[in-house]
Design a protein around this ligand. Sequence first.
Ligand code: COA
Ligand code: AMP
Length: 628
Amino acid sequence: MNEDTLYRKSIEDKESFWKEQAQSIQWFEFPTRILSKDNNNYTQWFSDGKLNMCYLCIDKHIEDGFGEQIAIIYDSPVTNYKQKFTFNEAKEEISKLAGGLASLGLKKGDTAVIYMPMIPQTLFAMLACARIGVIHNVVFGGFAPHELVVRIDDCKPKALITATAGIEITKIIPYLPLVEKAIELAQDKVDNIIVYNRKLIDNQQEMFDGLIDYEELIQKSKPVDCVPVKSTHPLYLLYTSGTTGKPKGITRDTGGYATALQFSMKYIYGIDPGETYWAASDFGWAVGHSFSVYGPLINRNTTIIFEGKPVMTPDAGTFWRIISEYKVAAMFTAPTAIRAIKKEDPNGELVKKYDLSNFKKQFLAGERCDVATLDWFTKHIGVPAIDHWWQTESGWPMLGLMTYDNNYQIKRASAGKPIPGYDIKIFDENGLELDPHHEGFLVIKLPLPPGALLGIWNDYHRFENSYLSQYNGYYFSGDGAIQDEDGYIFITGRVDDVINVAGHRLSTSEMEEIVSSHPDVAECAVVGIDDHLKGQIPFATVVLKNGSTISEENLERDIVKMVREKIGAVACLKNVMVVKRLPKTRSGKILRKLIRTLLDEKDFQVPSTIDDEKIITEIQEKIKVYRS
Ligand code: COA
Ligand code: AMP
């Protein structure tokens, strides 16, 4: 089947298309109901099928005779350590850890939070949960305790699995004090705290009082088998930023997701079982879940766990060293990582040191890829750089190119064409479909295909409000886009309060809540401004309370600290500018888009609804002073 036929069938004959795709994974009970509705009248796929994700990722390959194939490579330039695990070895560790979790009383349907760095034990913990039907929630290690608290209070975990430390280039980040603080602040106490001791910090033993040692738990536990779960059983929750301060617990099913990932590996990434596939993302992001863990392992690829940065660990040639050393066939990263490499090695001198002959394709996503970065990559690396677009919510690509038959055409600056299963339209604000070359809102006709979110954890109302209520019968993506006459789509950016900082999705509303809590702040607006390296960075514009005497420098220092403490260093809020007043509409809404345009020094039209036009010059003058 060629790409067009595949796409058409996926839209016109959904049930038979996805039934056929579901046959490419192994079920304990193959579904008889392909597409149905849940209690909220929302889509569910394969509802009476039964399977287990850990079985698909590990046990099945052993049964098929591939137990001695390398499943996982751990490469940690920050600790100068490398390790490989076969499928047999991975099963040994995962099945015992699953046994350990079961011995602590965890069972199908319970939740567990995983707050860990980029080490194999994180992947083992995810798969151990999947093995016994425990729903995991991985929390990015760069988040501060407050973010952990929000997740603990929302999903009420029976266990929290963590490690003693992470490493940021050379800086050791102790996790236990962060966990301790989170547990202290959380409303719900977590019964079991399991800690993997990395032995990077001395005198940690006293912190272990009342905690469970990961290694000891494994040693004393018996391996357990995979527990069959229903297709709609949640495999995991992954919290993501929305338009309010509270992150949304995106809930992923098992059967639809497994089917969609198998489809992605074959058709989108065009990668054969047995090859090495590397998604250089933290486990805490959607890419880490789908394409560092589940996707490649389902497809029997060797996956790589990389504990380092694209630069400085030890240099900007690290990516090429790994690709060469492990014969990586396809890689996936965020454009910001390539920009960081380009900045350090503009002429690609470090690339020349490595044999990249096995490297076939580079995939990019997470943020817009600028043409200069794409061109630099193509010139110096010499393999196709393929942009594709998706979200935590979808769990797998919605726009991209189907590279399986090598018959694809890259259009620079475009994130590709709709992927099978996604009936994508560009709407104006009234829900009318726009002609090519007109910018509008990217929406997707329901039902979404298998693998996309089941909903928001314990909050159908919020799910409906956030995604389904804008246009009847359509999923609202929150992104703006333009389509051309050949069907290629160009993402123009978020249309809400979400920003993308170095490939990390963050909420400006959440930052505004923190900034507003400063005692001297009357009101504020946080917007994402252009940044040549990170794509976007947050910028706070603040109005002080009457009578406040705080200096701008002290205010900035306080607010930067508060944001780091509440969200984490990844938020990268470094700039706070005091203004006399914020531009608003006559009805009192802050004109954030105008502030962003002024800060980016771009051309703008004065909004017709603005309350007082003079404020524009006021802000422009303040920006000049602030930046001087
Ligand atoms: N634990 C603790 N702190 C972390 C962290 C973690 N897991 N990850 C990042 N941080 C900290 C950094 O140390 C830094 O702290 P600092 O302000 O004290 O220096 C801060 O958060 C900002 O980090 P980051 O935005 O990552 O900037 P950077 O300069 O360290 O690295 C890049 C820049 C581009 C190399 C890096 O962001 C990157 O590789 N991004 C790719 C993102 C990605 O893979 N996204 C997934 C979608 S594909
Ligand atoms: P996340 O949920 O963290 O994966 O972030 C999803 C958001 O990142 C999308 O809604 C987009 O705004 C942005 N994004 C992801 N991939 C791309 C891409 N290829 N081009 C432009 N923006 C992207």
